[in-house]
Ligand binder design. Structure first.
Ligand code: AHR
Length: 630
């Protein structure tokens, strides 16, 4: 390999490696969103889904929050030895940790009443055990928010929350909520700390949300509506989830979107991660896999409110506090703008109905916000078919970037290291917005799949002049409630695991560099076409650390001799502080799991260099990064 150190090439965008978040696989409610109570507002279609009731409980519908009107009334059970109460099962149980405080809150009304709030184990011992409990006095004729903190002294993944009336009389309860106090940045209505940490640890440059297919909805009526996801959480209406059902054996009739983690929280998360927020809005079409009938499409002439939603979203993110939506952002606690630069319109819309709807969005956004970069969408579809007519359409509309998705098998990833080598340099840039190698017919996160993703990303990096963003998908999955695999991070109620693909994305994120540097292999420009001897490579210059970084992926099953020459430097110059990071596993089918999370992790060693030429060997099936300071 020869690195042409004196020819600093295209800039690598700070957005290059990032995350795509969607509420799939219980990624939001039951996952990243740290709320532990399911159906806290009693608004699921069967209002008591997720709840057991006992004694004298009735459902009422004239509560204090107009968009979530239902609540429960607990009345005297009619006998001193009986009880009235409710019990919540959480999301596959409620995960609690010994010594950790949990904040229970409830909106309630009642005069001189007392409720008992308990975390219980109602299954594992063959009888119900109370883990921890506290009384809460309710004394207000009007609705009022009450809270109590519970600190269990055991760790348990499957607790339930039980609340019962402990006084004669009546109590009304609404928006029953339980959060760990120690959420990410200790925010109320916060996010699960270990999961946000896993996102932050890859050093993401862009954060796309809220989907994916849920932007479109099963039907247009249950598309993601960002305006419903902001303002006080108690009054955010429930939405169904397009991922409630995927295959006959994988459906979760109790999978809904509470919008508790809505657009404000998502913008805040992007800010915390140091990533550019990239919201996607609906373009007047439902999810093409669910309902692609012409009757389901919003007519082009009726797109007005959809376009207004997009414009208002930009105002919500960036508008000053005198504007309607900028003021709401300020009222929610963020007077400073979020500095939104990108907006996606539509997701995986592949028919001619898409460009004709995208057009009026582009016109309106350009007119009102000429600096905002617009992201359109293209193939390939789930069979790997590229839509030749869509790219020209995107060019005609002059979108800034085009979002391409790849859920493809190993041979596709092996061939696609060269995908961008011949892309038109004059058209829109590329956002490889959803990629994942679905290897060997097994849709799971085995090592070999992640190695091929690493190989594919060398092609993305070498073509950084045209590819500006790349994000793996899907991001999160609950081990007991997934609809799609592989995924970047798996979790249960207490633990999480970073997959090999996570490590690949993270290695790229931490070694992104600032400029591409030309690289040849055996004197020929590096091409990703099936690799050269199974080798894929790219090289970058990193201005802040003044280093050259060379990434090499050996997809073959043989160790290979590597001679990396850093050409074009003065003879007297000596590169220093050599570092080599490798990701390897002898078993291509192995994976990281919750029980064995560190089975496949990168190793870092110091390496020396003689006269600016590195002589080394790369092991079989290895992703290696070599880094030297100039
Ligand atoms: O990531 C899962 C789904 O895959 C996304 O919602 C969609 O964009 C794609 O089909």
């Amino acid at each position: 390999l020869t690195v042409q150190t004196n020819k600093i090439g295209a800039e690598i965008q700070p957005t290059m490696y990032g995350h795509f978040f969607e509420d799939i696989n219980f990624g939001a409610d039951g996952g990243l969103y740290a709320e532990l109570v399911k159906n806290r507002s009693f608004e699921f279609p069967q209002n008591l889904m997720g709840w057991d009731t006992f004694g004298n409980v009735t459902l009422q519908d004239d509560g204090p929050f107009e968009r979530n009107p239902h609540y429960v009334r607990l009345a005297a059970p009619g006998h001193p030895h009986k009880r009235t109460g409710i019990e919540n099962e959480g999301f596959f149980g409620i995960g609690i940790k010994s010594g950790e405080p949990y904040r229970f809150t409830v909106w309630a009304r009642g005069e001189n009443q007392k409720i008992r709030v308990e975390l219980i184990d109602n299954a594992s011992m063959g009888e119900t055990q109370v883990i921890t409990a506290k009384d809460l006095n309710i004394n207000s004729k009007e609705w009022k928010k009450y809270q109590v903190v519970l600190t269990p002294n055991v760790t348990f993944a499957k607790a339930h929350l039980r609340i019962f009336l402990d006084s004669p009389g009546t109590v009304d309860l609404e928006h029953v909520s339980l959060f760990p106090v120690n959420t990410w940045k200790n925010r109320e209505n916060g996010l699960r700390k270990d999961l946000v940490q896993a996102l932050a640890d890859t050093k993401p440059g862009v954060f796309r949300f809220p989907g994916g297919c849920i932007v479109e909805g099963t039907d247009i009526d249950d598309r993601y509506q960002w305006k419903n996801s902001v303002g006080p959480v108690e009054n955010r209406p429930l939405n169904s989830n397009r991922w409630e059902y995927t295959f006959p054996h994988r459906f979760y009739p109790d999978y809904f979107q509470s919008y508790g983690m809505g657009f404000f929280e998502l913008f805040l998360l992007a800010e915390d991660l140091g990533a550019e927020p990239l919201p996607v809005v609906n373009c007047g079409l439902a999810c093409q896999y669910q309902n692609n009938s012409p009757e389901a499409h919003v007519k082009v002439e009726d797109l007005g409110s959809y376009i207004q939603d997009a414009l208002d979203l930009i105002e919500f993110a960036n508008g000053d506090t005198n504007t309607k939506w900028g003021k709401l952002r300020a009222d929610m606690g963020h007077p400073d703008p979020f500095n939104l630069k990108f907006i996606g319109v539509g997701n995986e819309q592949w028919g001619p109905e898409y460009p004709e709807r995208l057009k009026p969005f582009v016109e309106a956004i350009r007119k009102a916000y000429p600096d905002i970069k617009i992201i359109g969408s293209s193939g390939p579809n789930s069979e790997g078919k590229d839509f030749d007519y869509l790219w020209p359409e995107m060019k005609k509309l002059k979108v800034d970037l085009v979002d391409e998705h790849f859920y493809r098998p190993e041979d596709w990833f092996l061939k696609s290291g060269s995908r961008y080598d011949n892309y038109d340099r004059k058209g829109p840039k590329v956002f490889a917005g959803e990629y994942a190698c679905h290897g060997r017919g097994k849709k799971w996160n085995h090592f070999h799949a992640s190695l091929l993703e690493a190989a594919f990303l060398t092609g993305v990096e070498r073509n950084a002049d045209v590819v500006h963003m790349a994000t793996y998908a899907p991001l999160l999955a609950h081990v007991e409630g997934w609809q799609w695999r592989p995924d970047l991070i798996w979790f249960d109620n207490l633990r999480s695991v970073r997959t090999c693909s996570w490590y690949v994305q993270s290695i790229y994120g931490h070694n992104a560099g600032s400029n591409v540097v030309p690289l040849t292999m055996d004197k020929k420009p590096v091409s990703g076409q099936e690799g050269q001897n199974g080798l894929f490579a790219s090289a970058v210059w990193d201005e802040p650390t003044q280093s050259y970084i060379v990434k090499v992926v050996n997809t073959s099953d043989k160790a290979q001799q590597l001679n990396v020459e850093f050409a074009g430097m003065k003879k007297s110059f000596q590169l220093t502080d050599g570092k080599c990071i490798t990701l390897h596993c002898d078993n291509p089918d192995a994976e990281n799991t919750l029980d064995e999370p560190d089975r496949i992790v990168p190793k870092e060693t110091s390496i020396g260099i003689e006269g600016n030429t590195l002589d080394t060997q790369i092991g079989p099936m290895t992703f290696a990064v070599y880094k030297f300071v100039k």
